[in-house]
Design a protein around this ligand. Structure first.
Ligand code: SAH
Ligand code: SF4
Ligand code: F3S
Length: 437
């Protein structure tokens, strides 16, 4: 019996890729183990979006040296975005790595393993083919929720971002393939599906036949067993009112929009190569909230982008106060070599960045708290996810808008049950409730 263990960093796209590698490994007889020390094959599926992601990964790779010493036949493979970015340099930094496999080459994992087993030599494949999306079957890792890639790559080239460089150009999967996947998953009991892409809103544009994300949303309505469809990540530039209409008309798409704004300053947006104006963005949000009054809105913000001065930063805070998101994912700008912004002369001081991040979080935490308050006393459908991390006697589930409701453990409930929960107390990050029977 040969055991494999996959460590996944980064976004959900990587989770989906890991599921696809797992399927291929099991085809040739590998068995999954949760114990890294038992593994004959360890894959680290990596992220390169910020420097911290790379530091964490090199740390992990270093730790695994002792596993290689204990078991000389152990194979260590590095896959994903950091493998794509750093390529053969990874062998220089850590010669105990056996395989470096880029984002477009997951289908070669088994051949590479065979090759290492026979030759004991470093194997690398970081070729990029921007013309095909390899259809690979997945081994779903969730109990009731599953990931379905709809497109890969990004053509936007925001000046700070490494993703277009490591994921390549946008390629969409055929609509029929996605519908077939979702239908199969629905029949298998996956009631929650998340559609994945670096930029889901540009789905289908490469077909040049009128197909777009709205078409897909409509095509995925009324698939038996599928109660909720989520998607990530959006790009404001490619989100249209017609797509919002398709969402509002759908019976299963969740009323939530994660629409990364990145900055509230026109000058910073321009320097980021984000080609929308704040006014245009706000109009889109107003339209969406009008069509879906229960819409949950979230965003991504980068603080400390090169050249961001106090006035620019205040504009971002103003934007948050005006738009009033339910939640904001905020990041300190991280220099990525190979991207234009890394070469910009006016980099912001690290301490200034840290202070801005904290200020932004303080402003947003209050807004998040206020946004949650009206939920008190209301009842929501949640899908039960199981015990919370902090307290095993408190279970939780998520609302359509992805808000977490905690409730006392209940022997009648199973993971994946859809139940009604009444919110008793709303806090900034979580809600406390009781199950309605
Ligand atoms: N395709 C998605 C984003 C993927 S990366 C989009 O366009 O929204 C997720 C988030 O990481 C981005 O929205 C951005 O806020 C952040 N990010 C990307 N590159 C970064 C960098 N160099 N430094 C800090 N944050 C970054
Ligand atoms: Fe990166 Fe911009 Fe593409 Fe998002 S849209 S992945 S932030 S380049
Ligand atoms: Fe990271 Fe690659 Fe996703 S860089 S965020 S794992 S697309």
């Amino acid at each position: 019996m040969k055991y494999y263990h996959i460590i996944t960093y980064g976004c959900q796209m990587n989770v989906a890729d890991s599921e696809r590698m797992a399927h291929q490994l099991e085809e040739v007889g590998y068995v999954e183990t949760a114990d890294v020390d038992q593994a004959d094959l360890i894959i680290i599926n990596t992220c390169a979006v910020r420097e911290n992601a790379e530091i964490t990964t090199y740390g992990k790779i270093g730790e695994l040296k002792k596993n290689k010493m204990k078991n000389p036949n152990l194979i260590l493979a590095i896959t994903g975005c950091m493998a794509q970015k750093n390529q053969a340099d990874m062998f220089k930094k850590a010669p105990h790595i056996d395989i470096v496999l880029g984002t477009h080459n997951l289908k070669h994992i088994n051949e590479m393993i065979e090759e290492v087993a026979h030759t004991k030599k470093h194997q690398i494949n970081v070729d990029m083919d921007n013309t095909v999306f390899h259809e690979l079957e997945a081994k779903p890792s969730g109990t009731f929720s599953a990931w379905v890639p709809i497109n890969n790559g990004c053509n936007k080239f925001c000046t700070y971002c490494i993703v277009p460089h490591v994921r390549g150009r946008e390629i969409s999967r055929p609509l029929e393939a996605i519908v077939a996947d979702v239908t199969k998953l629905g029949a298998q009991g996956y009631k929650e599906i998340t559609l994945l892409g670096q930029n889901v809103n540009s789905y289908g544009l490469d077909f040049k036949d009128g197909t777009d994300f709205g078409t897909l949303v409509t095509a995925l309505d009324h698939i038996p067993g599928v109660e909720r469809i989520r998607y990530m990540t959006s790009h404001p530039q490619d989100m249209t009112k017609a797509m919002i209409d398709a969402m509002a008309a759908s019976s299963n798409i969740c009323h939530m929009m994660h629409l990364p704004l990145q900055s509230g300053s026109p000058e910073i947006l321009r320097r980021m190569n984000r080609k929308y104006s704040l006014d245009w963005y706000k109009e889109l949000v107003a339209y969406a909230r009008d069509k879906m009054p229960d819409l949950v809105m979230t965003t991504d913000i980068i603080v400390g982008f090169p050249g961001e001065n106090e006035e620019d930063f205040q504009m971002t805070l103003e934007a948050l106060k005006e738009i009033r998101y339910d939640m904001v994912y905020s990041f300190i700008y991280s220099k990525r070599s190979g991207t234009p912004a890394a070469e910009f002369g006016d980099q912001v001081d690290e301490e200034v960045k840290r202070v801005r991040l904290q200020t932004l979080m303080d402003v947003q935490n209050e807004i998040s708290y206020e946004r949650n308050q009206p939920m008190e006393g209301q009842t929501f459908d949640i899908i039960v996810e199981g015990p919370s991390k902090r307290n095993e006697h408190m279970w939780f589930g998520r609302t359509d808008g992805n808000k977490m409701i905690l409730f006392p453990e209940d022997p009648d409930l199973r993971v994946g049950d859809t139940v009604k929960a009444k919110v008793d107390k709303a806090q900034t990050w979580v809600l406390y409730g009781t199950i309605q029977k």
